[in-house]
Design a protein around this ligand. Structure first.
Ligand SMILES: [Zn+2]
Length: 138
């Protein structure tokens, strides 16, 4: 279902991500990003980037969605799929920090990158090989 970037299963995630993107707070970069996560319990949780005049405080859409999902009860191995949408020609993958944050919950997470014209499907483990996880503590 989530191994085909054209699958209709992505549609509700894409719609949620685009809707969240419209609320992005990006007055400095004007680079609006939307993200949506599907949890194993069937919930779709969206996020958008939230910039700040103190640039390092800026929060990415993916981690915003992840925080909302955790607040709603998400636990490790509870993520099914993720979508990241932008309105620029180059598809936008999660940044390094977001890859690491998502890997905590699903290392093989399917991640669909999309803009208005194209889609590209990746596995998080390919975007972040050899991720640092809780296993590294043992
Ligand atoms: Zn990020």
């Amino acid at each position: 279902m989530f191994d085909d970037p054209q699958s209709p299963a992505w549609t509700p995630l894409l719609e949620a991500a685009w809707k969240a993107r419209a609320h992005a707070h990006a007055p400095y970069s004007h680079f609006q990003v939307g993200a949506a996560l599907l949890t194993a319990s069937g919930h779709i949780v969206a996020g958008c980037n939230v910039e700040n005049a103190a640039y390092p405080v800026t929060l990415c859409a993916e981690r915003g969605a992840l925080s909302a999902a955790v607040a709603a009860g998400l636990r490790p191995d509870g993520l099914v799929a993720a979508v990241v949408v932008t309105d620029v020609a180059a598809l936008t993958p999660p940044c390094g920090a977001c890859r690491q944050a998502l890997a905590e919950f699903a290392e093989a997470l399917p991640v669909l990158l999309a803009n208005r014209n194209s889609r590209e499907l990746h596995r998080l483990e390919d975007l972040l090989p050899h991720s640092f996880t809780g296993r590294n503590f043992s």
